[in-house]
Design a protein around this ligand. Structure first.
Ligand SMILES: C[S@@+](CC[C@H](N)C(=O)[O-])C[C@H]1O[C@@H](n2cnc3c(N)ncnc32)[C@H](O)[C@@H]1O
Length: 327
């Protein structure tokens, strides 16, 4: 058997939220920012996993919110600088500690922090289990499941902007809303397209598109791993690259505001009359701008089934509809 001490050393970068900030009135916002920094760091090629430690979570012994970034020793200095730059851009105070570890055990230690997640209300038809491949199903888990391992285009578990979209997909599926065609714009790992494929049995054409070739490759891999590739087309590109005559009953777009605003009219033209859009990736202070741009493009707010403007921390999502009489 190989001697564990022969394994290459591994490294961790501990990123801690400043104690005064986390205890202050803006502590929640600062934690959201820290999580977003973790999501961005997880996209780095040298990062194998990111653990989020929330002191308010059961069993967590951290005193302030922390991220642990798992990497290799050569990348530590660069990642620390990247973390500090991201924190400065987000206007949040952090401290960093670097450590190098020996032994094989460290290699996969981050996996311990990925928990299966359940969306919707089990056992309803709109409930979905999301689990990494190394965790088996448990009794009572929703029948519909996606197996997704964290990778470069997935990040650390799930960001609030993704959760907002997943929750809405579950609500719609639970209520028996039907759709036959779907577009996932800015698909990343493909999680939203894959979730919709699992939740809506009638979806027969699902188009997932991302301008990042690594993301679209990951989305295709995930579709194959989940046996959903035959219902999914994956493209590298933007909205403008899709054939002009393609329309969809359901669109998810978890992208940033600066991408969402200029495409409002083009996006509506891609949605069938009465079709629905779920927009996410919008910050609290940006929601009015996005809502105005989409109202000007003749979208209606989808107040059906508790939709409309939804929030999670500093993030907002908008549920919209193309009017039934749209042309
Ligand atoms: C916040 S991630 C969302 C990923 C995934 N849909 C989710 O909900 O977790 C946004 C994705 O949009 C992609 N993206 C950004 N701007 C884009 C554009 N103009 N056209 C296509 N994809 C874009 C990025 O590469 C990234 O993968």
């Amino acid at each position: 058997m190989a001697d564990p001490s022969d394994a290459p050393p591994w490294a961790t970068l501990l990123i801690r939220l400043d104690a005064t900030t986390s205890a202050g009135p803006d502590g929640g916002i600062a934690f959201d920012k820290l999580e977003s920094i973790g999501t961005l760091l997880a996209l780095d090629d040298d990062v194998t996993g990111v653990e989020t430690r929330d002191p308010t979570a059961a069993g967590c012994d951290a005193e302030t919110p922390e991220l642990v970034v798992y990497t290799h020793p050569d990348a530590l200095e660069r990642l620390q600088q990247r973390a500090l730059d991201l924190a400065q851009a987000a206007d949040v105070a952090i401290g960093c500690e670097r450590a190098v570890h020996c032994g094989e055990a460290w290699r996969d230690v981050w996996k311990r922090f990925y928990e299966p997640m359940v969306f919707g209300n089990p056992p309803g038809p709109g409930s979905l289990l999301l689990r990494p491949s190394w965790i088996a199903r448990r009794p009572g888990d929703p029948e519909r499941e996606l197996v997704l391992d964290p990778g470069r285009a997935f990040g650390t578990g799930l960001h609030a902007t993704t959760r907002l979209c997943l929750e809405r997909l579950c609500t719609l599926a639970d209520a028996g809303v039907t759709a036959t065609t779907m577009l996932d714009l800015g698909c990343g790992s493909g999680i939203l397209a894959l979730a919709a494929a699992r939740l809506f049995d009638g979806l027969h054409r699902i188009v997932a598109i991302d301008f990042d070739a690594e993301a679209s490759a990951t989305a295709l891999e995930n579709a194959e791993l989940n046996g959903l590739h035959e219902r999914m087309e994956v493209h590298t590109g933007t909205l403008a690259d899709l054939p002009a005559n393609q329309q969809f009953d359901l669109v998810t777009a978890n992208i940033r505001t600066e991408v969402l605003v200029p495409i409002a009219t083009h996006l509506r033209q891609r949605i069938t009359p009465g079709g629905r859009a779920i927009l996410s990736g919008i910050l609290e202070e940006e929601i009015a701008t996005v809502a105005q741009a989409y109202a000007a493009a003749r979208f209606e707010t989808d107040h059906d089934l508790e939709g409309g403007e939804r929030e999670m921390g500093i993030w907002r999502a908008l549920d919209l509809r193309n009017p039934e009489d749209a042309r």
